[in-house]
Structures are given as C-alpha cells and as structure tokens.
Design a protein around this ligand. Sequence first.
Ligand SMILES: [Zn+2]
Length: 483
Amino acid sequence: MEALKKYDVIIGLEVHAQLATNSKAWCSCEINTHALENTKVCEVCSGQPGTLPALNKKVVEYATKMALATNCQINDLSYFDRKNYFYPDLPKGYQITQFEKPIAQDGYIVIADALGAEKKIRIERIQIEEDTGKSTHEGEVSLINLNRCGTPLIEIVGCPDIRTPDEASAYLKKLHSVLTYLGVCSGNLQEGNFRCDVNVSLHPKGSEKWGTRTETKNLNSFRNVEKAIECEISRQAELLDRGEKIVQQTLGFDAETMKISVLRTKSDAHDYRYFPEPDLIPVYITAAEKIKWKEELPELPEAKVARFITEYGIPSYDAEVLTADKKLASYFEAVARAYTGEAKKAANWIMVELLRLLNEFNIDVDKSPVESLELAALLNAVHDGRISGKQAKDVFLKMFDEKKGADAVIKELGLVQISDTEALIEVAKKIVDSNPTQVEQYLSGKDRVFGFFVGLMMKETKGQANPQIANDIMKEILESRKV
Ligand SMILES: [Zn+2]
C-alpha cells in the first residue's frame, strides 16, 4: 500500500463473540437464531418494569475459559454496569456490560508477523455483556426482532499493537480458533457470532504522536476486516495528504461497494452515563472454580501445532493449516492414525484433494462425504500397492460424489492393480517375444524404445499393472537378452 510508505498505521480491534450457552445471560430464554421472530423473549430480556436479571453461571465459565486461554489475569471480583443509550432494539434503554472492572484483563495472544516472526498482541480486557435485538429495514418500514436481546457476549478489547491489515486478520483468525477450540463460541461468521470493530489511525512516519482514530463497526468476515482497514488507511492518507484533519467518527463499511460511510460522530464514554448495575451482584470467582476451569481447557491451537510437528513429522506449514480448525485437526489425526504410510502423505491428501472439494462445495469437514477412516483405507490401498496413486484420485472423486467407501469403489471400478510378479513376467515375456524388431533396437542401445515395452505392458493388463513392478520386470527381461 502506497500510504504505508509515508504513514505509520495503528490498529486496534474489538471483537464481540457470542457465547455458546443454551440460554440467555439473565433469563432462561433459549438462544435460537432460527426461531420465529419475537418468540424467544420474556419479561426480563424485553426489559419489563419490575423484573430482575439473574446471571447465567455458564456465561462466567465461558468468559473465564477464554480469558485463561489468552493469558489474561482473571479478576476474582468483577462488576456489571449499565451503558445507557436509546435504540429501538434495546427496550431497556441500557445495555448491561462491564465497565469499571471487567472479568479479566492484561492478556495476549501470539501471531506471526509479515516476516514469520512471533509477535505478541496484547489484550487489554475481556468483558461480559449482552447483545441487543435486531432491526431490519424494509422500504419505509422497520421491523424489530427481540430474540437476540440478552444473548451473552464477551467483548475482547485488543491493545493497539497491530500495524497492518494482514496482522489484523492473523489476530482475528487466532482469536476465532481459540474460541472455537474452547467451544465457548460457535464462531459462525455469517450469523454474526464473531464480529469486530476496527480502530485505525495514521501518523507521519517518525512522528511520536499518534493520529486521531476512527472506528469502523460490525465487520463479520476476516476478508472484510482486511478490506475495511485498507480502505480506511487510504481514506485517511488522502485527507492527511491534503492537510485536512481526521475527525473522530464511527464508520460503516459496505463490502459490496468497498465504501466507508460515516455512521455518527463518535460518542465519548461519558455520553453513555455508565453507572453500576444495581440489579446484579458482583461476580465472584473462587480459586477452586479457576483451577477446575483451567484443567478443563482443551489442547489449544499452538500446542496442537507443536504436537503435530513432533508426533506426525509434518512441516510447520502443514501443521498450521491442519490445526486452524479443530474439526479439521481431528479429521487429520484420525486419518494419520489409521494410515500405515507416512503422515505427510495423509496431510497432503487432506490439504490438496479433500479441502479443494470441501471448499468448492462449501461443506464442513465434519460433514465430509469421505469419512476419515475411508480416506485412510484409500491411502492404505495405494501404500499396499493394490492401486496406483493415479487410480486413487479417480477413486477419491467417486467416493466424494457417491458417499461410498474406498474398497467398494475400488471393486466397482475393477481397479485391482496387478502386483503378482509371476503373472507380470508371463505378460512381459510374451511382449518381448512378439516384438523382435524393437528388441533389436533396444539391444543396440536405443533406450527410448523401453517406453514402448512398458506401454504395451500397461495395455495388456488394462492399466492394472503396478507400474513400478512392471518397469522392473521389463527391464530385467530385456537386459537378460543382451547376452
Ligand atoms: Zn428472556
């Protein structure tokens, strides 16, 4: 980017992750994005007078687990606050959040920077809060669905340690993978379960003082975050080039038109009149709970990468790709364990053949038409010399298309590779005997004619000869004619 030569960029990200609890944060309403509008609402989450919220304990557990997994300090005691503002999809007139003392603070995650070196991105705080309802605008009519009101979120506030759009994307992918590994967030981007606000500011290279920042709201894909940051960097750079000032604003990004638009001139924290939530008691996390939740943490992405490299002997690039998604990692492990050959081969097949088709048809790996053990069976057939690598690709396509097992397809296609040496020697002898001219040529040093013999061999066996064995046998027979 041209602007990056002239300006330093400071990027900070705030992520809102929806916690994967069954019920809402302060009431027992079910969380169900697909339910009929306004059917998952009660007196509490719709903010009726005289009702009282009661904290869902799972919310505290999930938020704490994410905090532990991102090296945060857990606050044994934390409080809820009210953030007051009016919006039609917020019937209470305030959002319950954590302002003065959040559940956790001072953490970090590690990403790889542009040169592949490790870079720490600090996490300022993790706070528990609730989501609002949803407004949809159709022509002149606005519709409100309160089903989402009171859905628990954690806001993960990152420090402004990010310098490029790539780093922003790497940071988000890492957070997303940790959240989904923990199982505390479904991570579904299309449904907005993981969304991000981006703060960007620019200052001339060498300047100590940072520029005024803007905030771009509610980006819900890694790509959109990168694009929005690029657009905002260009927009600010143009203004600064013209000697204009950056105004502190809240912006929106339209992924289709790639345009940044001004939503409102930014409100400061004091505009929200934060005050302690009187209806909820402080959250107290006991030492025993902390220990228990820490013990319950699963193997996290970084640890899995390291283990895959040592346990399966695969390169770090492969390990990164295969562990980015927990389900993909499990799939790989199942194949690698059942496969008798080298795990690197299994990794290749999954990264190239399987992922290509899964991406093409937009299928999740846990719904793959080729199950892990069937892929292992296919790879074993190649490893044992029953079919060739080339045949395996055809078998794989049929397995994927028709959801059939490896052995069934191999049988159906009549693809049994002939590795029986006796039978192949017979065929080779016959070929040599009936082609004296070519034998003469070969014996007089025309090595190229060797391909002719192997070709006939494959033709005679309808392509089913094990190519390596066929090669060896033909060579041996021809060489024996030399004397
Ligand atoms: Zn409710």
